[in-house]
Design a protein around this ligand. Structure first.
Ligand code: IPM
Ligand code: MN
Length: 376
């Protein structure tokens, strides 16, 4: 019997409720597919921050770095200013563990209501590979008042360091600026990952950028895309501007196989992708470092107003759990979890309110866990 140790950050809002269901389903899968998980709880999130002042310390990150996978609920709390927890915990972890892939499958499961008329599960089955460590997410920028000032902006990473020394001079009352940056190494590795993924699928990779306006940063992205693509003559490609791709996701989702995109556009288009596949309650994601520590989470937020109501849909978290189980090397168990989710939805007896049902969060976990065992 294989043994796994998995740290869990349940986080804020509905996080603890949905994570409990994900654990329940993975435990059930372990029983039938022959593995056992030792879950290790970490308290990080809003309450822990308010109590101790710690977002997530270097020591904790170092400790977490010794594990292969982390299971994450959701981060975000209305008592704390926007950005503090998101940057201090979620982005800190993505960067510290160098999780340069944000893998977001956009797959319409059978039985799920799709907001796009006449589209079926055959039409909606693609994967967004979102770069997860660079672009406008690197977190450097500032504000400057009228007159002259200086600033130093620095990015320190395992892959590389970059430093910008700025001499600012403005006659505006005040300016705000944010520097977006991508690197050759960072861009090539994510695009390569997308091509490798496409080789095992339908052999098509779509690039998303805004190279017609942000020419320096995304012109560079395009060049790197072309250079990687030249090593995959059997994979077809196309380029999309981000505004146009939002239209194509709705108009012709069947066109897409693997979509690779810089960080910020990836954030935006995957919320659209989530709706196309039936809603945020159904959209899983994985922050992956293929050589290090990965972290799996639903792509939705902490939905504070539903906290403790046993109302939130745990399917995105359970599905993210299946992605984690696949990453662990337990492919049969991962497939079984997704099949059980699909069966639960198709039977339509045990569903949360957002999917037209009247069951609670914990009922969904119970039912999917039961189905995983029954279908084995
Ligand atoms: C996501 C979220 C995060 C992001 C936020 C919470 C920092 O929106 O995972 O998509 O922007 O990446
Ligand atoms: Mn997002």
């Amino acid at each position: 019997m294989s043994q796994y140790k998995i740290p869990v950050i349940a986080g804020d809002g509905i996080g603890p409720e949905i994570i409990a269901e994900g654990r329940k389903v993975i435990d059930a899968a372990g029983e039938v597919y022959g593995f056992d998980v030792d879950w290790i709880d970490y308290p990080h999130g809003a309450d822990h921050y308010l109590k101790t002042g710690e977002l997530i310390s270097e020591d904790t990150l170092k400790e977490l770095n010794t594990f292969d996978n982390i299971y994450l609920g959701s981060i975000g709390d209305p008592r704390i200013a926007p950005g503090v927890l998101e940057k201090g915990i979620l982005l800190a972890a993505r960067f510290y563990f160098d999780q340069y892939i944000n893998l977001r499958p956009i797959k319409l499961l059978e039985g799920v209501w799709c907001p796009i008329k006449d589209k079926t599960p055959e039409d909606i089955d693609f994967t967004v590979v979102r770069e997860n460590t660079e672009d406008f997410y690197i977190g450097i920028g500032g504000r400057a008042k009228r007159g002259e000032s200086k600033a130093v902006l620095e990015v320190e990473r395992t892959l590389y360091n970059a430093r910008f020394g700025l001499d600012i001079e403005t006659d505006s009352e005040e300016i705000g600026y944010q520097v977006g940056m991508i690197s050759k190494e960072g861009t090539q590795r994510v695009i390569k990952y997308a091509f490798e993924l496409a080789v095992g699928r339908y052999r098509h990779v779509s690039s998303v950028d805004k190279a017609n306006v942000l020419t320096d940063i995304y012109g560079f992205w395009r060049e790197e895309f072309e250079s990687v693509a030249s090593g995959y003559p059997d994979v077809t490609t196309d380029f999309n501007f981000v505004d146009a791709v939002t239209m194509w996701f709705v108009k012709n989702p069947e066109f897409f196989d693997v979509v690779v995109t810089p960080n910020m556009f990836g954030d935006i288009i995957t919320d659209l992708g989530a709706m196309v596949q039936g809603g945020l309650g159904l959209a899983p994601g994985g922050n992956i470092n293929p050589e290090g520590t990965s972290m799996f989470e639903p792509i939705h937020g902490s939905a504070p107003k539903y906290t403790g109501m046993n109302r939130a849909n745990p399917i995105a978290t359970i599905w993210a759990g299946a992605m984690m189980v696949e990453q662990m090397g337990e492919k049969d168990a991962a497939d079984a979890i997704v099949a059980a989710i699909e069966r639960d939805i198709k039977e339509a007896k045990v569903l949360t309110k957002d999917m037209g049902g009247s069951s609670g969060t914990s009922d969904i976990g119970d039912e999917i866990a039961r189905l995983v065992k029954e279908m084995a």
